[in-house]
Design a protein around this ligand. Sequence first.
Ligand code: C2E
Ligand code: MG
Ligand code: MG
Ligand code: MG
Length: 275
Amino acid sequence: YEAKRTNKNLVYYDAELSQREGEILLMTNKIKGAIEQDEFLLFYQPMICTKTNKQHGLEVLIRWPQPDGSFLSPDYFIMIAERSSLILSVTKWVVIEAVNNLKVLQAAGFTGALHINLSAQDLNSHEFYDYVAELFKEDESISDVIVFEITESAMMTNIQGAKEMIMALNAMGFQFSIDDFGTGFSSLSLLRELSIKQIKIDRSFVDGMLKQKADYAIVKSIIFLAKQLECEVIAEGIENRETEQELINLDCDYLQGYYYSKPISLEDIKCKYLN
Ligand code: C2E
Ligand code: MG
Ligand code: MG
Ligand code: MG
């Protein structure tokens, strides 16, 4: 009986596994199609400067509209794209689209920075480096305003590769922000070795900071660390005035969250923040 049961379980898990593999394969093909058909969009979320109370820059966030009008979560499809080399094509699309839109934004009076999210594979890719170097050659001014956001875990995937990429892009003037700070493996020694412009405190700590002592302590410590290292510090996920006030009291440099604006289209950014 035991043997039978074990067998049955094996069959069950196998079926589940291949169903999941099938789903991933299907999604991978859909992403390929979306690149070819130009289905992706970029949305932008403002970052607010606590000193001036003004919009300081924009984070670029990819959107994939579905036939029913909804958007598929980037957390999901970026994760699938990261399992194949497709992520490189996605990143290249995001970068060129952001650079083109940057010109539109600047023509409308935008003077801030554009933050672009990168994946671990991008940091280990010659192709990505060459792509950015080519764009830089065409217009050197882009490196003054483009900041790349990378998560701690992406940096830790291949520390040496990440270090080399950061230094090579730094040499052209591109700056880096460490995203979701506090959730990955510690990259404190990398903060010391590399020139990092900004640390971005993960939303999970910001969200709980008024209720959980530990979250508050973590937020406060990250802000202190950033100041000591002479990095800028930004908090993401601000949803109410009380959290905003506390972060201003703690001397956080920049704030981002639904309290100010959800990510919105280029057109909406132009209407709401420019001209
Ligand atoms: P992230 O880079 O940490 O981006 C912040 C996410 O938090 C965004 O979700 C944003 O919409 C959301 N957010 C901002 N403020 C608030 C708030 O006050 N409350 C709540 N609940 N959420 C807030 P989104 O756009 O769904 O993106 C999720 C993740 O997908 C990003 O996390 C990033 O890791 C990834 N991603 C998005 N666009 C790209 C991209 O172009 N390339 C790559 N490689 N990854 C991307
Ligand atoms: Mg980000
Ligand atoms: Mg983040
Ligand atoms: Mg994230």
